[in-house]
Write a protein that binds this ligand. Structure first.
Ligand SMILES: Cc1ncc(COP(=O)(O)O)c(C=O)c1O
Length: 436
């Protein structure tokens, strides 16, 4: 297939070196099961489930059929003051697997929108309780909460925020949880729970009663799989409870089985007040995200308005889009029918060991893993992230897709992967990393 420079020029690609890409494009023309086919006919195994959103593998006919049928039956229903059955069905399926008492689900179209929605829910909740003075939010260094203005304000990844300074005031930051002492630890590190005391210090400095919510990714995913130390999330929960602060788990990556449980909240035994989710909700087949909240949050906000009035002035034209719900309903059924969260948990041991077998390579700085999520961090060469960017390209031409952020390659096989697929990913990683 021939591509002229002009034919690629008009699309301004996201999070991509546009000039570099267009000079040497990597185009996927087909995706099936565990593999992509590129425009030169090469086969590329998907080592990151796309962007962590395709646990069932690519091209599932059950999902495609459901979306097609939905579009032919009812392609679009305005989501304000109207509804269609699919969104209620999907909300109950999601609520069934979220921890109690998280039973109310607000639909959005992406992870970024789920974060900005969660910020607004936190504000609306405190206001409804007469605590509108809670105007501060707490986030973490190296956090990734999407790219909308609220999420960028919470962001701890330097490149994502440096151009867009001071977008939302009143965000304070805790330290991240990467520690030199914990390198090459599979699973949860035992050192580092004391980092949660950053939150206690913020409560002391700013007053706990001025803080609306704390946002954490239970495992910081995009920055390269920083697994929380044992006791860390429990302590964050405890401090939030002491001060009436809402705890938000950003489960956009960890949600829907990635850690061998429905959510990280289950894997780590800590229940937040609000959960954001997106990837894997529809197996990546339709854009969709969601925010799930405790009953008390939903009831406080809805009961604060007179009967008949709109209670929460927020929503998107495509919230709960019929085609996205159709994809989500089938994806959720397949996860349950094939016990895929359990399967992810079963494969996790093999995957973790295989990933950690790369430790002997000279270029490796650290390897981290939990469930079917792991990261291989290389020692930087030149500017931070320069080597990672090069490696993502080299790996692609060597037949492996792994998403690099900075110098960490984030490996997250689909749940339908078999041991032989994990082996193929690790062999390809070894072959490419050995050449550095
Ligand atoms: C933890 C987390 N939150 C939010 C987002 C943003 O999701 P989206 O790219 O769908 O807007 C991501 C995306 O990687 C993420 O990992």
């Amino acid at each position: 297939m021939e591509f002229t420079t002009n034919s690629l020029e008009q699309h301004w690609m996201p999070f991509t070196g546009n000039r570099d890409f267009k000079a040497n494009p990597r185009l996927v023309v087909k995706a099936e099961g565990m593999y992509f086919i590129d425009h030169k006919g090469g086969t590329v195994i998907d080592g990151s489930s796309g962007l962590f959103c395709v646990p069932l593998g690519h091209g599932r006919p059950e999902i495609a059929d459901a979306v097609r049928d939905q579009l032919l039956t009812n392609d679009y229903t305005p989501p304000f003051q109207m509804g269609h059955p699919g969104s209620f069905e999907l909300a109950s399926k999601v609520a069934r697997i979220t921890p109690e008492p998280i039973n109310h689900v607000f639909f959005v179209n992406s992870g970024s929108e789920s974060i900005d929605t969660a910020l607004k829910i936190a504000m609306a909740y405190h206001r409804a309780k007469g605590e509108g003075h809670r105007t501060r939010f707490v986030s973490r260094e190296r956090a990734y909460h999407g790219v909308n203005m609220g999420g960028v304000s919470l962001a701890g990844m330097v490149k994502n925020r440096e151009t867009f300074t001071n977008v939302m005031p009143n965000v304070i930051t805790m330290r991240h949880t990467w520690m030199e002492e914990n390198v090459f630890t599979p699973g949860q590190p035992t050192r580092g729970a004391e980092l949660a005391e950053d939150l206690a210090r913020h409560c002391e400095t700013y007053g706990g009663s001025t803080i609306a919510a704390v946002f954490v990714e239970p495992i910081a995913g995009s920055t390269g799989c920083l697994v929380p130390p044992v006791g860390y999330l429990e302590r964050i929960r405890e401090i939030c409870d002491q001060h009436g602060i809402l705890l938000v788990f950003d489960e956009v990556i960890t949600g829907f089985g990635r850690l061998g449980h429905a959510f990280a909240a289950d894997a780590f035994g800590v229940t937040p007040d609000i959960m954001t989710m997106a990837k894997a909700l529809t197996n990546g087949a339709q854009p969709m995200g969601a925010v799930a909240v405790k009953d008390e949050i939903y009831e406080t906000i809805t009961n604060a308005s007179p009967e008949g009035a709109i209670e929460f002035f927020h929503g998107y034209t495509y919230s709960g889009h019929p085609a996205a719900c159709a994809a989500g309903n089938v994806a959720q059924d397949l996860y349950q029918r094939d016990n895929l969260f359990e399967r992810a948990g079963e494969l996790a041991g093999y995957f973790g060991e295989a990933l950690h077998s790369l430790k002997d390579l000279e270029c490796i700085k650290d390897i981290r893993s939990y469930g079917l999520l792991g990261a291989v961090e290389v020692k930087p060469q030149g500017a931070p992230g320069a080597l990672g960017t090069q490696l993502q390209k080299d790996l692609f031409w060597n037949g492996l897709h792994v998403k690099f952020t900075g110098d960490s390659g984030i490996v997250a096989p689909p749940f339908v992967a078999e041991e032989k697929h994990v082996d193929e990913m690790i062999d390809k990683l070894r072959a490419t990393l050995s050449k550095i």
